[in-house]
Design a protein around this ligand. Structure first.
Ligand SMILES: [Zn+2]
Length: 128
């Protein structure tokens, strides 16, 4: 389980560990299938909504952590304007930077919840 999640966090295919799942010069454009095991990443209709949910939850947690960190460092009487100036860039930029990871991480989570069917890949998965 840890191995599969690690593959998701490190932008690798959850089933076989292959990297390079995104098009060259297109970090936000994921391939449809894994080049090694041929796993189709969109395993069911609406699959990518899970990646959006993962990105939303993690981004909200990061924004909250930034605000809490600022409150701990600068005190609880920190002006709201300052907190917004700190949280807004984090809330805008982090979800964009995290998008590729959220996609592969969701694939890993989905693979743990719904194991592979033999017809979904062309080679036996490594470590599953
Ligand atoms: Zn693969």
């Amino acid at each position: 389980m840890i191995k599969i999640l690690w593959r998701g966090i490190t932008l690798a295919c959850a089933a076989c560990g292959h990297r390079g799942l995104f098009r060259k010069f297109g970090m936000f454009s994921m391939l449809d299938n894994c080049p090694r095991c041929d796993l189709r990443f969109e395993r069911m209709e609406g699959h990518s909504l899970g990646a959006v949910a993962v990105n939303t939850v993690v981004s909200a947690a990061v924004v909250l952590m930034a605000v809490v960190f600022a409150l701990l460092v600068f005190g609880i009487d920190t002006p709201t304007k300052f907190l917004l100036l700190l949280a807004a860039p984090v809330g805008l930029l982090f979800p964009i930077a995290f998008d590729p990871i959220s996609r592969t991480l969701w694939n890993a989570m989905e693979l743990l919840m719904r194991p592979l069917e033999p017809h979904e890949i062309k080679t036996p998965p490594n470590g599953l």
